[in-house]
Design a protein around this ligand. Structure first.
Ligand code: ATP
Ligand code: MG
Length: 350
């Protein structure tokens, strides 16, 4: 299996630096997800790996070999795009085999690989159809099939699920993951959808403005974000943030409350805590925040309760059967062990 190394790569469009000195290793067999807001450089980076985009400095290695000057067709990668890019006039069978035909594979070998891929993707019954006769999810599968038949060293995915409806997106998410577990092909997957990143990745790279904020497993990033950006980007609902001041081992919260943390650092400006780490309490002594219920969102197993506290909004994930009502006054307690402090620049200080 082949890894991909990106070493000190820089890319600019005109005067604008889109990727600034970025280095990351994709381990052999790994499913690595780049996630970040629109315009942060995800597609640019993927296109650089594919050889579709030049860059000013740095090196990209595939399987230990520098590919900077190699043509896309010589890099042994297969890319799945958001819009699938299928040939409308060709059948599914020909769409899937076309890349191999261009590479002068023998017809029986093409047929064997197409049938193999069709079986894996469960689209054998669609082989004689044309793309317009397929649903969105089926087209997506054909696009995947076209990548699989090549048996490439690396798969590159650029938001391949973003044109599908919500339900299908969830189904295809687990199918792509199952496919990776089966084929174990090194994969680089780009998305702006943090749920996709969390659920699919072996490791996630969070990109912000062309720079890496943090690299780690989904749960590392969820529980130990190094920056406010990562903390706020991953997880649904998003992490709660409150302005605080720190002194004498305590941090002061908006309103009456203060919180003793295992360690309190100088420079703390904001406290971050997850919705599942907030409880409703009845005794004033154990409360950190006082507020009123502003929004109730029952999800079945849980209910998300947005509480307005001193002009700030705090979301708590409470049991589905919680009996709170709108406008009701509530006291909240935050679990101090999982709370995180950030300085004014958004860097973690605790
Ligand atoms: N050909 C181009 N010429 C000039 N600027 C470009 C070009 N392509 C992309 N950019 C700019 O480079 C930045 C990164 O673009 P890129 O397409 O990599 O973002 P992205 O992270 O994939 O965003 P999205 O999530 O919206 O797809 C953006 O600010 C974009 O406007
Ligand atoms: Mg993009």
């Amino acid at each position: 299996m082949s890894g991909v190394s990106i070493r000190n790569v820089r890319k600019r469009y005109g005067q604008v630096e889109v990727i600034s000195d970025l280095s990351v290793d994709v381990r052999p067999g790994e499913f690595l997800v780049f996630v970040g807001p629109s315009g942060c450089g995800k597609s640019t980076l993927l296109r650089m790996i594919a050889g579709l985009e030049s860059f000013e400095a740095g090196e990209i290695f595939i399987d230990g070999r520098v590919v900077n000057t190699l043509h896309p067709s010589e890099r042994d990668i297969a890319m799945v795009f958001q819009d699938y890019a299928l040939y409308p006039q060709m059948t599914v069978r020909r769409n899937m085999g076309f890349g191999l035909k261009m590479r002068r594979f023998a017809a029986p070998e093409i047929e064997r690989r197409v049938l193999d891929a069709a079986r894996i993707l469960q689209i054998e019954h669609l082989l004689e159809r044309r793309p317009r006769e397929l649903s969105g999810g089926q087209r997506q599968r054909v696009a995947m099939g076209r990548a699989i038949v090549r048996n490439p060293k690396v798969f590159l995915f650029d938001e391949p699920l973003s044109n599908l409806d919500a339900k299908l997106r969830v189904d295809m998410r687990s199918e792509i993951k199952a496919l990776h577990q089966r084929l174990k092909t090194t994969s680089v997957y780009v998305t702006h959808d943090q749920v996709e990143a969390m659920t699919m990745a072996d490791r996630i790279v969070v990109l912000n403005g062309g720079e890496i904020e943090q690299i780690g497993t989904p749960l590392e990033l969820y529980h130990q974000p190094k920056t406010r950006f990562v903390a706020g980007f991953l997880g649904s609902p998003a992490m709660n943030f409150l302005p605080v001041t720190a002194a004498d081992g305590f941090i002061r919260l908006p309103g009456f409350g203060s919180l003793r943390l295992p360690e309190t650092r100088e420079g703390a400006a904001e406290l971050g805590f997850r919705a599942e780490r907030v409880r409703v309490v009845y005794e004033e002594a154990s409360a950190h925040l006082l507020g009123t219920v502003a929004v109730l969102e029952p999800l079945g197993a849980d209910t998300l309760v947005t509480v307005s506290c001193e002009g700030h909004r705090v979301v708590a994930r409470l049991p589905g059967d919680c009996a709170l009502r709108l406008s009701e006054a509530v006291r909240l307690a935050i679990d101090p062990d999982s709370a995180i402090l950030f300085d004014a620049a958004g860097q973690r200080v605790s």
